[in-house]
Design a protein around this ligand. Sequence first.
Ligand code: MF3
Ligand code: CO
Length: 258
Amino acid sequence: MIEILTPAEVERGRASGAIVGHILDALKGRVSVGTNLLEIDRWAKEMIEAGGATSCYVDYAPSFGRGPFGHYICTAVNDAVLHGLPHDYTLADGDLLTLDLAVIKDGIAADAAISFVVGESASEADLALIDATVRALAAGIAAAGPGKKLGDISHAIGEVLSSSGYRVNTQFGGHGIGSTMHQDPHVANTGRPGRGYTLRPGLMLAVEPWVMADTDELTMDADGWTLRSATGGRTAHTEHTIAITESGAEILTLPPAG
Ligand code: MF3
Ligand code: CO
């Protein structure tokens, strides 16, 4: 079922989104060489609680993972890309880190992800990989609006990723979001313009282009959660929750201005 939210519900989505945007921004500022992934998880828990919100992850037990996630944020390093289970790993200079966070407050969820390089020695290739997901997300959001089709978003994302030289994996993508984190419709990261569900005001979507440098194949870690590139090549993932409005699409998970 596709959920269309009332203006009051979208307003609560703005509040949840602001918490997610703020936490990811604060974590990016706090993470450095020597930070342990389990510390990031603890900081995320504290900040979610300080915001009066609840984690969408800790008790989450979807079919694509093993039992409840048991943690508050996804931490994916280098070749790990999706559903990275926080574990005892200390970040090194040049590590490419993805943080993916979803919270729910007053009954409405918001979900976002950022990728960045830790420390001072980012490679050109890693920055290009991250930039492709940032540009794909911007293009996907620009293609969204009332009367547009889901395929318009997917096509815009896929064009940026493939014209940047990457192959697009179709196993995981974005999703509807609202009273729960994962809902219909699936927002594929490649598709045909003019096809699929017609976007309407009140629809909230998590749009999340992700990419692997040299493959479109994933493998799963023994932890039953973490998905990484089959080749060991680097990966990146950028996500925002948006709401379709009367005039376009509004990003709900931006960090606070200033
Ligand atoms: N937030 C992720 C997404 O973008 C889902 C994480 S599910 C978890 O859809 F269980 F791994 F936390
Ligand atoms: Co998501």
